[in-house]
Design a protein around this ligand. Structure first.
Ligand code: SF4
Length: 345
């Protein structure tokens, strides 16, 4: 039986080495090889004796996913369809910013949350991804990045990371570990539709990543229609959890708000939002809805979005209107899994 070491933390690699009679210090070399150097096979890790490399290749082969399709667009966004070891396919998106490549990572194959404007839950949740499978998405994009580097990671692909909590936290540790990718937590964002117990747990992990919460409405009545998890964790409870996150980490919370024409884009909704959100630690990210075939949602006009943003700003909130990267290839927020690759968009 083979062992999967992609996703293992240093102590686990040390235990593995001990069980195979390999000196403990080799574990760090192995971890640095697969995480920092991004090797695709143990045979590339020349620092190890040949016999150790051969043993690892036989007993702990590295599961590098296969890229089975790609779609790219003029704005530098590239969507990859990766096939995992069990044949399951997941989407990963590379976003080009002036400061470098950002990896948008999936945490589950599919999703069970059912947010109405999102396509990722259409086929349900097939399975959770392992930390190694999340990391493999980053490593694949690293291999293809012009400078071989990833400037940031957002867990905003398909899936709800708080529903796959243990693997998500392990992935976050590997991104930040000194033997791992040594990424600053400021460069990492975890996005949730509002799973309150997950937010409270993450606040205590000592991994002060940016928390992004999909809000999308200022009343429970509307939010429960758009984001069904609101029936379990209503807005008041959600904001309390976000406040606890800020208190524990000192990190400002981003509230994602997808603007849906005629549904949640009125000045009244903006005023309610402005009255409800904390100026001190809240930031609003307005996202024009991305069209998904078969869904009735339309993008508000630029003027309407501008007026909505102005009301929030007048209330003292920080606001960004997100540039919608990747819309033409179905790689934008809420579009993953909407269209099989072969259909394109
Ligand atoms: S928005 Fe996120 S949590 Fe909601 S259905 Fe889509 S992938 Fe799932």
């Amino acid at each position: 039986m083979t062992v999967d070491l992609l996703g293992a933390e240093l102590e686990e690699m040390e235990a593995f080495c001990q069980s195979r009679g390999i000196p403990r210090y080799r574990a760090r070399q192995m971890a640095e090889g697969i995480y920092r150097r991004n090797i695709g096979s143990w045979r590339e890790l020349a620092v190890l004796p040949r016999a150790t490399r051969e043993m690892l290749a036989a007993q702990a082969p590295l599961p590098v996913p296969t890229v089975v399709d790609t779609r790219s667009t003029g704005d530098g966004t590239v969507k990859y369809l990766l096939q995992l070891a069990d044949g399951q396919k997941v989407e990963t998106v590379s976003l080009a910013y002036t400061y470098g490549t950002v990896a948008c990572v999936s945490s589950q194959a599919g999703c069970r949350q059912g947010c109405v404007f999102c396509a990722s839950h259409v086929g349900g949740c097939i399975r959770d991804l392992t930390a190694g499978e999340m990391l493999a998405q980053v490593q694949e994009l690293r291999r293809r990045a012009p400078d071989g580097k990833i400037a940031g990671v957002v867990i905003m692909g398909t899936g709800e990371p708080m529903e796959n909590y243990a693997a998500t936290v392990r992935f976050l540790r590997l991104l930040q570990a000194p033997y791992g990718l040594e990424m600053s937590p400021r460069r990492i964002t975890v996005s949730t539709c509002g799973i309150v117990p997950g937010i409270l747990r993450l606040a205590e992990e000592g991994l002060p990543v940016t928390l992004a919460v999909s809000l999308h409405a200022a009343t429970d009545e509307l939010r429960s229609r758009l984001v069904p998890v609101n029936r379990r964790y209503p807005i008041r409870k959600l904001l309390e959890a976000c406040a606890a996150y800020f208190q524990a980490t000192g990190r400002r919370v981003t509230f994602e708000y997808v603007l849906l024409e005629g549904i949640n884009d009125s000045p009244e909704e903006a005023k309610r939002l402005s009255a409800m959100l904390p100026v001190k630690w809240g930031h609003v990210n307005l996202i024009p809805v991305n069209p998904v075939a078969g869904r009735p949602f339309r993008t508000p006009s630029r003027e309407k979005m501008g007026r909505f943003a102005d009301i929030l700003r007048r209330g003292g909130l920080g606001v960004t209107v997100r540039r919608s990267l990747g819309q033409t290839i179905g790689a934008a927020c809420g579009q993953l899994r909407a269209h099989p690759f072969q259909e394109g968009n």
